[in-house]
Design a protein around this ligand. Structure first.
Ligand code: PLP
Length: 365
């Protein structure tokens, strides 16, 4: 019904990069402009205003030409003088601890089993046992396991027990797929990538950053240059960036943010993600599969199906590709034991339904 089998590339149901709407792709084909121009400043200012709305913040949102990992590193370099507690419940939270260690910081790693969430109680215990710390890192939505941790509640606990400890959140695969009210939750850094629930091409990282992080950054040496928050802030005040921005990607982002904020509306977007997640979970359980993520913490943007039926995941994807679609196998050690169906970005109910019906065809065949 969607003509996907005639496309040169399959329709993406993987947890990033996600499918990008034609209007957004086309925005990148606009004529090039100089970066020290009023045109660029106007574009940058418009995006800044849009991002503050979507993050629900009065602070700033840095936009850098990098993938999300760049902003993971930026948070560590600018906000951690000595010690950081990294909560690990999957591949990307583990990576953040490696980034921190790579930046020469003292890292306390607190691990929970993959599939479990980081809970406020765990964070409270860790702060009491291992504190003081300059910051904690937590991944909102572990893309490797499909677990969403309650970041709002975690932040409340940190603010109460250790008010000087910053709360750094990776929302790479949740931002724009579920509500993240930055100021209301009292976050200090919340970063994301363009290619996930925002449904833009890869290449941009975004990070909302609180004032108090900038204050501390002034006292921290070795912030580097490319991701120095103070330098980014200085240029942001003039609606531009220290080095040449990814102009085509910024245009794509602007078109997509206009769609999200003014056409679909954030509340509708979050509700759609929740509905598609529910639909996918119901489908998995009714077909005799399990759900890998702990109950109560299941992601609105990606479902990790426990392959309790022992199906050949590779063969499933080969079949899906012949119909013009693709999903993801499990991450790392979870390969074949799980598979991941993403419902992030601009996917509609009808598109999701069609994917699930096609998987049914494979299962029945
Ligand atoms: N954090 C999470 C939760 C992710 O899912 C990913 C990528 O899948 C990353 C970080 C890394 O993002 P990027 O590839 O944009 O650097």
């Amino acid at each position: 019904p969607f003509g996907w089998s005639k496309r040169p590339y399959p329709r993406l149901f993987i947890p990033g990069p996600t499918e990008v709407r034609p209007e957004v792709l086309q925005a990148q084909a606009e004529l090039m402009i100089g970066h020290r121009t009023k045109d660029l400043e106007d574009l940058f200012a418009a995006i800044q205003a849009q991002l503050r709305r979507l993050y629900e913040t009065k602070y700033r949102v840095f936009v850098t030409a990098s993938s999300g990992m760049g902003q993971q590193e930026a948070a560590i370099r600018n906000g951690v003088r000595d010690h950081v507690i990294c909560f690990v419940n999957g591949a990307f939270s583990k990576r953040w601890s490696e980034v921190a260690a790579g930046c020469g910081k003292r890292v306390t790693r607190v691990d929970v089993e993959w599939g479990q969430a980081i809970t406020p109680d765990l964070v409270a215990d860790a702060l009491r046992t291992h504190g003081p710390a300059d910051a904690i890192t937590v991944v909102h939505n572990e893309t490797s396991t499909g677990v969403l941790s309650p970041v709002g509640e975690i932040a409340a606990v940190v603010r109460e027990i250790a008010p000087d400890t910053f709360i750094f959140v990776d929302a790479v695969s949740s931002f724009a797929g579920t509500r993240i009210p930055f100021d209301e939750w009292g976050l200090d850094v919340c970063l994301t990538s363009s290619q996930k629930a925002l449904a833009c091409p890869p290449g941009l990282a975004l990070a909302a950053v609180s004032d108090r992080v900038l204050e501390r950054a002034k006292t921290i040496e070795g912030r580097g240059w490319y991701f120095d928050y103070l330098l980014l802030e200085k240029y942001l005040q003039r609606n531009t960036t220290p080095s040449t921005p990814a102009i085509s990607l910024l245009r794509a982002l602007h078109v997509q943010l206009t769609y999200i904020l003014d056409e679909e509306g954030p509340a509708n977007r979050y509700a759609r993600h929740a509905e598609l997640a529910e639909m996918t979970r119901e489908w998995a359980l009714s077909r005799g599969f399990g759900l890998f993520a702990a109950e109560g913490y299941r992601s609105p943007t990606v479902t990790t199906v426990a392959n309790t039926r022992g199906i050949d995941v590779g063969a499933l994807n080969t079949f899906l590709k012949s119909r013009g679609m693709v999903i993801s196998n499990g991450y790392g050690d979870l390969k074949n034991k799980t598979f991941r169906i993403a419902h992030m970005g601009d996917t509609t109910r009808e598109e999701m339904q069609y994917l699930l019906e096609t998987i049914d065809e494979f299962l029945g065949g």
